[in-house]
Design a protein around this ligand. Structure first.
Ligand code: KE4
Length: 424
């Protein structure tokens, strides 16, 4: 007998929470149906309030690179919690986690812990403006950096794309200080710099886009980003909230040998608990209060439990580098398995993957930028999502998100995923 506990809970939640959720994408708005209330997880699996089990590719939207409820992580959090949940004072685990981050991100000469990716990117941009004394920033269409006002901006009209608010409540004045470029388009980037370079405080970008679905960077684009920012004195901010510690021990910065001035981190950094960070060259981070004039603060910054979850996670990732080979191998086999099934079904598709993050676009492809990604057939994606769900596979409930593989995913998960896709 199938129960409907998730539906009952969702009805209650909608009377208490906007859309019944704590973050919009969770509401299944773009795939339809009632969202699953998840109550338990272990390794590659999650269970919903009705006791149904799923192979999980959301992984809490990235943090669960080791798989859910990894014993070493849970134990360190429990041990830490037994001594108190927070002090609002410096804690030894902040030092230990910062040291663990520095081991794989040597570019982070100094870093500051915050509680979300949004706080990290918002603060990094304030530091860049404080350091350069300039007001304009540049982001890219299809890149998401959290919900700070100046970043909820989409391409305006016209060649040099002034930002326009992409959300109600963002004053036009804020959006106008954000220019919007085209990802993987070095020519357009040069044009924007030609016009605004001297007034740009920073360029912020996703080193591998995850928020338009997965879009890998081109070498030319990465090169142009670093050359033009250096030439015009703008800071380069690599937003590694999603890619950090995932694409290599040192994230995309290591994988693509990037040389950013500032890096933002989140998700895996907190091992599933609320921790994020921004950091970079010591002379830039010297701007941050109480050392410098750029103010930023947070009651829960450096919370010991979040530090513990992040530290336990990074300890394992750094002690077992073979994890990255396993992630790569599973990712490649999942990609080719899905490609085979969709080709056999005669469904136009393009699968973009970098390491353990991938997206199935339902369009001819190739998908090289946001405009390509936008041609994906969202109705077909909806059918794909529900076919997987019916088959016991929990795929991200949006056509423009990345699916995440964990170190706990294995043969059985792969077979179950491909079998579910075959029913599509
Ligand atoms: P948070 O404020 O959600 O912790 O981080 C914002 C953020 C910043 N930068 C990048 C590259 C990100 O991917 C994110 C958040 N990612 C989304 C998933 N696409 C979080 C999921 C959600 O919004 O519920």
């Amino acid at each position: 007998m199938r129960t409907n506990e998730s539906e009952i809970l969702f009805a209650k939640a909608r009377r208490l929470l906007p859309g019944g959720v704590s973050s919009p994408v969770r509401a299944f708005g773009s795939v339809g149906g009632s969202p699953l209330f998840l109550v338990r997880s272990s390794g590659s699996r999650v269970w919903d309030a009705d006791g149904n089990e799923y192979v999980d590719y959301v992984g809490s939207w990235g943090p669960m690179i080791l798989g859910h409820a990894r014993p070493e992580v849970v134990e360190l959090v429990q041990e830490t919690a037994a001594n108190g949940l927070g002090f609002g004072a410096p804690h030894p685990l902040e030092v230990e986690l910062a040291e663990a981050v520095r081991r794989v991100y040597p570019a982070l000469e100094k870093l500051r812990f915050v509680s979300s990716g949004t706080e990290a990117t918002m603060s990094a941009l304030r530091v860049a403006r404080g350091y350069t004394g300039r007001d304009y920033i540049l982001k890219f269409k299809g890149n998401y950096h959290g919900h700070a006002d100046g970043l909820l901006v989409e391409a305006g009209s016209g060649a040099l794309t002034f930002g326009q608010p992409s959300s109600a409540g963002v004053p036009k004045g804020y959006a106008e200080l954000t220019l919007v470029g085209r990802y993987n388009d070095p020519e357009h980037l040069a044009q924007v710099f030609g016009e605004y370079g001297e007034r740009l405080a920073a360029v912020i970008f996703e080193p591998v886009v995850g928020n338009a679905g997965v879009i890998p960077p081109t070498t030319e684009f990465l090169k142009a980003l670093r050359e033009l920012t250096r030439e015009y004195g703008a800071l380069l901010i690599a937003d590694e909230v999603m890619t950090g510690f995932r694409l290599a021990p040192g994230g995309a910065t290591e994988r693509f040998s990037l040389e950013p001035d500032l890096i933002t981190l989140g998700k895996i950094l907190g091992g599933g608990l609320p921790a994020a960070a921004y950091g970079g060259r010591a002379e830039v981070m010297a701007q941050v209060a109480p050392e410098g004039p750029v103010y930023q603060a947070g009651t829960l910054s450096g919370n010991p439990l979040a530090m513990a979850a992040g530290l336990a996670t990074l300890r394992i990732l750094q002690a077992e580098p073979e994890i990255y080979e396993r992630l790569e191998d599973y990712g490649a086999r999942l990609q080719s398995g899905l490609d085979e099934v969709l080709s056999a079904a005669g469904v136009p598709h393009a699968i973009n993957r970098v390491g353990s993050m991938l997206t199935v676009f339902f369009t001819e492809g190739p998908v090289r930028g946001f405009d390509d990604a936008a041609t994906t057939n969202t109705e077909t994606f909806k059918r794909f999502f529900h076919a997987l769900l019916q088959g016991g596979v929990y795929w991200p409930p949006s056509a423009f998100e990345a699916a995440f593989i964990s170190a706990a995913h294995g043969e059985e998960d792969l077979e179950k995923t491909i079998a579910a896709a075959r029913t599509f």
